[in-house]
Design a protein around this ligand. Sequence first.
Ligand code: MRU
Length: 364
Amino acid sequence: MKIEGTPYRSVWVNRDDNWSVHIFDQTRLPWTVDILRLTEPSEVAQAIKSMQVRGAPLIGAVAAYGLCLALRQDARTESMEREAAILADTRPTAINLRWAIARMLTVLRNTAPAERVRAAYAEAAAIADEDVAQNEAIGRHGLAIIQDIAAKKPGRPVNLLTHCNAGWIATVDWGTALAPIYMAHDLGIAVHVWVDETRPRNQGAALTAWELGMHGVKHTVIADNAGGHLMQHGEVDMVIVGTDRVTRQGDVCNKIGTYLKALAAHDNNLPFYVGLPSSTIDWNVRDGIREIPIEERPATELTTVTGRALDGSIATIRVVPTASPAANPAFDVTPARLVTGLITERGICAASEAGLTELFPEHA
Ligand code: MRU
């Protein structure tokens, strides 16, 4: 990804000291590009909880680096296990977080304490590098779908609708749902993206719109409730989203509101695709509605809105009467029957156990 022409990943190790960890403060985007330097595991945990860093694949990679920071302070087994549990508990829904910590522990439990820091940084780097490669592959597979649609409407742009932010700022690079869009754009295919604002935290309006704009991709931000109307009027060719956890039977958990887009796409006979690296598949869970823990975020995220005031300052204002209670479930589950296909690094499959295990036979 490039910001004002400079290539970046969404997480990296400081090139001078070789150990501290950098991320972008996503709570400040799109107003300010603030780079944070994290030196303590508690800072990493807080950055994940407060969503300074967010997006399922990215919080997995950042948590892995958090464990590196913890081991620099104390590489003994008891401390390592405690810090790993703290990092894994920072957010409950995205499985990539637990997957990354489990992968780190598998290596580190078999490594002598004196060797653990070196081994941890190597494994965290491997997780980050693999995420980039997997997302690039998702981009290539998803590109074929966009090319098919483009071939059927020559001279007119392919209109995609996306929810939340599943772009490069939600991963180490490329993004999941946005990777095919970037590739199509780079190949000169005319694409236009309807960007759901994604209340309450506005990841669409703030982050997806920002990164599409940085890459020069045409887009229009819409209210979360506008998608169904646009679909009814032929303004959407395809819906593509990311995910925080896909179950063995292909149910898709993603940002709250995704389910409603899938219902509207189904009612309008439109394809609804999901981009995901295999680290997002929870092979131990089948029924997404019953088995995936849904994060309940603070009500203040709903009762307030943050943005740039007309005087240029960043301001948070209340939009709900002070006496009214508010509820803020952060994710929902789209049943597999509403999903046209899962775009993974190994190819596209049906959202079903048969589809997934055909691509990933090691989990059959
Ligand atoms: O609460 P967030 O912003 O971390 O939620 C992110 C999403 O729902 C994304 O769609 C998902 O993590 C996929 S990111 C490639």
